[in-house]
Design a binder for this molecule. Sequence first.
Ligand code: 4AD
Ligand code: MG
Length: 470
Amino acid sequence: MQVIIKRNFITMRIKELLASRDFNSEVEVKGWIRTKRGNKNIAFVALNDGSIIHNIQVVIDMSRFDEELIRKLTTGSCIAVRGKLVESPGKEQQVEVHADSVLLYGTADPESYPLQKKGHTLEFLREIAHLRPRTNTFGAVLRIRHAMAFAIHEYFNDHGFYYLHTPIITGSDAEGAGEMFRVTVLDAKNPPLKEDGHVDFSEDFFGRETNLTVSGQLEGELGALALSCIYTFGPTFRAENSNTPRHLAEFWMIEPEMAFYEIEDNMNLAEDFLKYLIRYALDNCKEDLEFLMNMYDKELVSRLNFVVSNNFERITYTRAIEILEQSDATFEFPVSWGIDIQTEHERYLVEKHFKKPVIVTDYPMAIKAFYMKQNDDGKTVRGMDVLFPKIGEIIGGSQREEDLEKLSRRMKELKIPEKDLWWYLDTRKFGSAPHSGFGLGFERLLLFITGMSNIRDVIPFPRFPKNADF
Ligand code: 4AD
Ligand code: MG
């Protein structure tokens, strides 16, 4: 990771510098000033470049520098420092840099720089999403986000899955929930109309109605029924007006899809995959996790350890409803067989009843998507949701209906036109096979791993109702 820029100087990332014991070597370091303190003889600058949660201390002997330059080294300004790496006498850090030269790349006016002071609320930082990556909290979250994305690809690559890129612009509503963002080039003020007064999308860019995808699953199934095991990992969009700490209008989803997997295989994969990712974070993001634990959530690391070392509970929807009905808790949404299990119910099952992650299977057909495999009872489908502490649903998935006749019948009942999904139905006509898959909400995973409590704080630029600035 070392980049040689000039003969004798090697620019080092602060992460490497802090680990170095190459004392008296000449180094160059670049970053943004977090704080400056000192007196008229000496200045101590805490510098951060985002490579690690910690800062490096730069020591400036004032007698060797222009006073005017040092005065401009304020919080938020960006500098390059050349100097000597020295063993630090302070107990805060083991190494520091004694500056021989300082180049000021960009000043930051203390009067107007929003991060001049520490201790801003997360709500305030959301309003300055363009600058919040420079805080310790968002540095930690963004590094963990990167590590998780990397671990996801590593896991699937190691398990023989192929990364399939499914389209962002689609003509189909995979989840059938109708919560889609339209994609159009038609003039909003004066669109072409059909005789019946409806907008004539045949004149639109694609010659039909199109939307941003809510899931890559349907196309993922096409891939699985050729490559056996695939996964998608891309942005998905939902125009649901959910102003909750667990919903985004634009979020990232990981969707593995496996030929020849039944629901049990699907559950085993989901559990193994989640545990792998959590273990990866514990092993590779230790310092960032410790920072977040100390700042926001004292239980964080013990909760992560608990989840990797215990089996998930597996119950049917029918059993879950029985447990909820028999509980003493009062719920906002009343419980009876057939209801959609709400977050409050999910959290009761996970946090109060089982005290561990729970996989709920075999949901009523009426509340699940058309593609789920129908059970012989005629009432339930082979869906599965993985429920996590603090989060509720983190994964939604199912075995898929591979029988053409059953699938067509269900689509008719739900008034999903076959002509829109003829290509999907073709897989059931030609070489159909049992198969399964699931979707993991990337930001829900990050909520769990970072211990943050609002999903808007685990994505760099959150999209939610009435918010698409930055
Ligand atoms: O349960 P969902 O809707 O399932 C699907 O989309 C399936 N097609 C997945 C599949 O079987 N391939 O969404 C899957 C997951 C949820 O469990 C949740 O973690 C996340 O996506 N999710 C959201 N995350 C953030 N904001 C939203 N608005 C979300 N909606 C779903
Ligand atoms: Mg779901």
